[in-house]
Ligand binder design. Structure first.
Ligand code: GUN
Ligand code: ZN
Length: 656
C-alpha cells in the first residue's frame, strides 16, 4: 500500500516534494488532486477530454446511481466501471450517502454497496457512511459516528483489491470528529474523506470548516491521504491544502454552470451580473460576454462547465507550486481575502496555531510576507516570540537600547549607532519588530531577516508589540533601558553609565541562535571552552564555530541557523537528557547511519516530540550513543506512521 504524507500541512519545497503521489490500480495520483464528479446518466464533459485535455487523472462517480439503473448496473458488472465510463484514469466511487442526505433513506445496505463497488472494479470505493448534519444534536451525531465506524469495519473486510475510503463524520463537534478519525486510523482503510461538510460549504461557514478539518486531522494517521468531500470551489483549495487535505471533488463545476455561474479563485460571478469576460482559459478564449449570453443553454452550460474545470485545475496547479516553493501560507492569506467568510476562516487558523506549529518547518527558503494582522498568527511568527520568551537569555550588560524597526539586517544598518554607544557604555541592543522584540544578535535568524513588513503598522501589530515589550520589561535584567533617540540618548547615557563595554556581538549571536534553535542552555554547553569563529571573507558573516580546536557548528547564510557537526552534537547529547533533540534508531539501522546513510522511517524507534521538520537532530542508538547527525525531514508522528521515506537526512556518521 502506498504511503502518502498529508500534502501540505508541513512543507518545504527543498526538503521533500511537499505534495505527493499514491498509486491506486489505474495510475499514479499526484496530490493535491481534484476529482470531477461524473453523473453516469448526464455527462457534461466527455471523460476522455477530462483526462487528455484537462489532465484530470481521476474522477469520482456514484455507484448507487449505477446500481439503481438496470442498464448501467449490468454493463458495469459485465464490462467493468472503466469500460462503462470509457475512462482510463483512477475512478473513485461514492456509496449513496449523499443521496440519503438529499432525499432521505436509501434502499441499500452497506455490505451490498461496498461489494458492488468492488465488483465493478472501482479503484477507490466508499463506505455507506451516515451524513452528519450541522443542526443535529450531539447524541444523534455520536450515534451516527458509531454506525459509520461499524460500517467501515465491515467494509474493510469486503474491500478485496479495492482501496477503501473511510469517511470521517461528527459534524461540527470537534471531539466527535477526532474520536471518529482516531478510530478510523486503526481500521484497514486507505484514504479518509472528511464528510458532512457540504452544508458548511454552501452556507460559506468556512471558519467552521477549519475547525472540522483540524479536528479530523488530529485523529487521522498522517500516512493516509485525506479527501474533502464535496469541496469543489477553487476559493477553498489553498486553505484546505494548508490544513492537510490532499483530494477534492467537484460537482459544483457543472451545477454552477447550469446556473450561469463562473467560478474563480476569488469567488463566483454570474454571467447576468458580469459586464465582460476577461478570462483567457481555453473555454472562454475568443468568446465575448455577448457571445456567451446569446448561446443556446446547453452550449452555454458546457462552456461554463469547462471554464469552471479549467479554473479549478489552474488553481490546484497554483497550490501545488506554492507547496513546492514553500509559500502556501502567503497564497492562503491572499485567497482568504476573496470573501469575508474566508477571512473569518483565516482568523480561525490562529486558534489552531499549536496544532499547525507541529508541522511548520524550522525555516523556509522564501521570505515571509506580511499581508495583514493575520500574518502575526502564523506558526513561524508565533514560534519566534514563544521561543524568545522561553529560551532567550539576556546578556549581562548594564544598558539596553531599543531601536525602531529599520532596514535589515539590523546589526549592519545600526552599526554606526552601536559603535558610538559601545564607545562609552556597556550596552546591549534590541529592535522593536512587530514579530516580537529582536535582540540585535538574532537579526539574521529566520524569520527576522527573511520577513518583509510594511512600514506603516496596523493597530493589531502595535497592540501585540506593546504587550510583548511590556512582558519583556518585567523580565529583562538591565539597570538602564532606553529607546534610541540619537545624540540625545548618547548624552543621557554618558551621564548614567558606570560599567565598561563588554558586549560581543559575534559571541552573543552564536549563543543566542543556539539557545533559540536547540533550547535554553544549548549555547552555554556548546561554547564551553576556547571559542574561535571563522568568518566569510566576502560577507563578514560567521561561518564556522570551533571550540577547543574542534569544529562544532556551521552557520547557514540563508536562515541564520546552525548545522551541527558531530562534536557539537556530542556536547548537546551530554547537556540534554534523552529524548531531547534525538531520533533513536533500531539496532539494525545503526551501522548504516554510522556510514552516513539516511535514517528511514521504519527504523525509527523513538523521537523527541518537539522535533520539527528541518531541525538538526542527533541520531542515537539504544544506549544513547551518538551514531550520526542530520536534518529531520518529518515530525515524530510522521516518522512513526510512514512505512517508507526518509526520516532524517544524515550529514555525518560517527564511525566506531
Ligand atoms: N459527498 C459529499 N459529502 C459526503 C459525505 O459526507 N459522505 C459521502 N459518502 N459522500 C459525500
Ligand atoms: Zn474561462
Amino acid at each position: 500500500m502506498p504511503s502518502l504524507r498529508a500534502c501540505s500541512s508541513s512543507l518545504d519545497g527543498t526538503a521533500w516534494p511537499g505534495y505527493a503521489s499514491w498509486t491506486p490500480p489505474h495510475g499514479v495520483l499526484e496530490t493535491p488532486a481534484l476529482l470531477p464528479v461524473i453523473n453516469p446518466r448526464t455527462i457534461t464533459v466527455p471523460l476522455h477530454e477530462l483526462y487528455d485535455e484537462f489532465g484530470f487523472k481521476a474522477v469520482i462517480t456514484n455507484s448507487y446511481i449505477i446500481r439503481n439503473n438496470e442498464e448501467l448496473r449490468e454493463k458495469a458488472l459485465s464490462s467493468g466501471l472503466h469500460e462503462l465510463l470509457d475512462y482510463k484514469g483512477v475512478i473513485m466511487t461514492d456509496s449513496g450517502t449523499f443521496q440519503s442526505y438529499m432525499y432521505g433513506e436509501v434502499d441499500v445496505r452497506n455490505e451490498d454497496i461496498v461489494a458492488f463497488q468492488r465488483d465493478i472494479g472501482s479503484d477507490i470505493g466508499t463506505v455507506l457512511d451516515i451524513f452528519t448534519e450541522p443542526d443535529w444534536s450531539k447524541e444523534r451525531t455520536s450515534e451516527a459516528v458509531d454506525v459509520t465506524l461499524a460500517r467501515t469495519e465491515e467494509a474493510a473486510k469486503l474491500k478485496g483489491d479495492m482501496l477503501l475510503a473511510g469517511v470521517v463524520q461528527g459534524s461540527v463537534f470537534p471531539d466527535l470528529r477526532e474520536r471518529c478519525a482516531r478510530s478510523l486510523a486503526s481500521i484497514d482503510a486507505d484514504v479518509h474523506p472528511i464528510g458532512g461538510v457540504v452544508p458548511l460549504m454552501e452556507q460559506y461557514r468556512f471558519a467552521d470548516l477549519v475547525d472540522v478539518i483540524v479536528a479530523s486531522k488530529k485523529g487521522l494517521t498522517p500516512a493516509r491521504p485525506v479527501h474533502l468531500f464535496g469541496a469543489g470551489h477553487p476559493m477553498v483549495f489553498a486553505l484546505a491544502a494548508l490544513l492537510g487535505c490532499d483530494m477534492f471533488d467537484s460537482a459544483s463545476y457543472a451545477k454552477f454552470a447550469r446556473d450561469g455561474r463562473f467560478m474563480f479563485p476569488e469567488g463566483t460571478a454570474s454571467l447576468s451580473d458580469m459586464k465582460g469576460i476577461e478570462c483567457h482559459c481555453p473555454a472562454c478564449y475568443g468568446h465575448s460576454h455577448e457571445d456567451i449570453t446569446a448561446m443556446k443553454p446547453t452550449e452555454r452550460t458546457a462552456l461554463i462547465a469547462r471554464h469552471n474545470l479549467w479554473v479549478s485545475q489552474q488553481e490546484l496547479g497554483r497550490v501545488k507550486r506554492a507547496i513546492q516553493e514553500g509559500d502556501l501560507w502567503e497564497l492562503v492569506e491572499r485567497r482568504c481575502r476573496g470573501h469575508p467568510m474566508l477571512l473569518d476562516a483565516l482568523r480561525r487558523l490562529g486558534d489552531h496555531e499549536e496544532f499547525l506549529e507541529r508541522t511548520e518547518p524550522l525555516s523556509r527558503d522564501n521570505s515571509l510576507f506580511y499581508t495583514g494582522p493575520e500574518t502575526l498568527q502564523r506558526p513561524a511568527v508565533r514560534r519566534y516570540a514563544r521561543r524568545f520568551f522561553e529560551r532567550y537569555e539576556y546578556p549581562n550588560t548594564e544598558v539596553m537600547i531599543v531601536f525602531d524597526e529599520s532596514s535589515k539586517p539590523y546589526s549592519r544598518y545600526r552599526q554606526q549607532e552601536m559603535r558610538e554607544v559601545l564607545e562609552q557604555c556597556d550596552s546591549h541592543f534590541f529592535v522593536e519588530s512587530v514579530l516580537g522584540p529582536v535582540p540585535i544578535e538574532l537579526d539574521e535568524m529566520y524569520p527576522i531577516a527573511q520577513s518583509v513588513l510594511p512600514t506603516r503598522r496596523d493597530k493589531e501589530a502595535v497592540e501585540g508589540l506593546k504587550e510583548m515589550m511590556e512582558r519583556m520589561s518585567h523580565e529583562h535584567p538591565y539597570a538602564i533601558a532606553v529607546g534610541w533617540d540619537g545624540r540625545q540618548t548618547l548624552e543621557t547615557l554618558s551621564m548614567m553609565c558606570e560599567e565598561a563595554p563588554k558586549f560581543d556581538l559575534d559571541l552573543a549571536r552564536v549563543k543566542a541562535v543556539a539557545d533559540m534553535q536547540f533550547g535554553r542552555g544549548a549555547g552555554a554547553a556548546l561554547l564551553a571552552g576556547r571559542v574561535e569563529l571563522k568568518k566569510s571573507e566576502n560577507t563578514g558573516k560567521i561561518r564556522n564555530v570551533l571550540v577547543d580546536g574542534e569544529h562544532i557548528l556551521s552557520m547557514r547564510a540563508n536562515d541564520g541557523f546552525f548545522t551541527l557537526k558531530t562534536a557539537g552534537a556530542e556536547r548537546l547529547r551530554k547537556a540534554f537528557p534523552a529524548p531531547r533533540l534525538r531520533v533513536r534508531v533500531k539496532e539494525d539501522s545503526v551501522p548504516f547511519n554510522r556510514e552516513g546513510k539516511n535514517v528511514f522511517c521504519t527504523f525509527v524507534e523513538d523521537c523527541d516530540p518537539d522535533i520539527r521538520p528541518m531541525d538538526e537532530v542527533l541520531v542515537v542508538d539504544a544506549s544513547d550513543e551518538l551514531v550520526a547527525v542530520g536534518r529531520a525531514q518529518l515530525t515524530r508522528d510522521e516518522m512513526f506512521a510512514f512505512k517508507t521515506g526518509i526520516a532524517v537526512k544524515v550529514r555525518d556518521g560517527v564511525k566506531k
